[in-house]
Design a protein around this ligand. Sequence first.
Ligand code: ZN
Ligand code: ZN
Length: 171
Amino acid sequence: MEIDIAGVGDGEYAFAFDVPASAINLDESFLGNVKVEGTLRKVSSQFFLTSTITRTYVRECDRCLAEIRVEGSIPLTVYYRTEFGDRRGLEDEDNVVTLEPDQESIVLDDEVRDAILLDLPAKMLCREECKGLCPGCGADLNNDACRCETPAIDPRWEKLAEMLKKNGDQE
Ligand SMILES: [Zn+2]
Ligand SMILES: [Zn+2]
């Protein structure tokens, strides 16, 4: 994903990329292609990139291990400046890339991959009220009943329990 900036004048330029997820070093949990569409606006020695990333990935639910497929888009904006460029009003250092004075192209791969990875949720649930798996029998409690067997009572203890019950009745 490379945008040629050699000799371009001030203005707004549209771009679109469509590459396999593996081409930007995303693992196989990312399916199909990653698409990036947007515009690059040049103002003197600065470039403002505004874009939308579309990607698909699968993750397991943290509780029940069901496969969750996530599709859709996330935004990506990047500000490119040359080393001595104007930095007026630039408080947020996120997504600021410094270009070499003689740089001829902008490569988006790292910014796109970082945006995709940063967007991944720390906790993944198939649904908020997922009941998860039983730690004893492994049953998916969303769909199945727990199969853990109630421990069989030792017959000797059964007798004792009866005696205790009788004593209790006499009181
Ligand atoms: Zn779940
Ligand atoms: Zn169980």
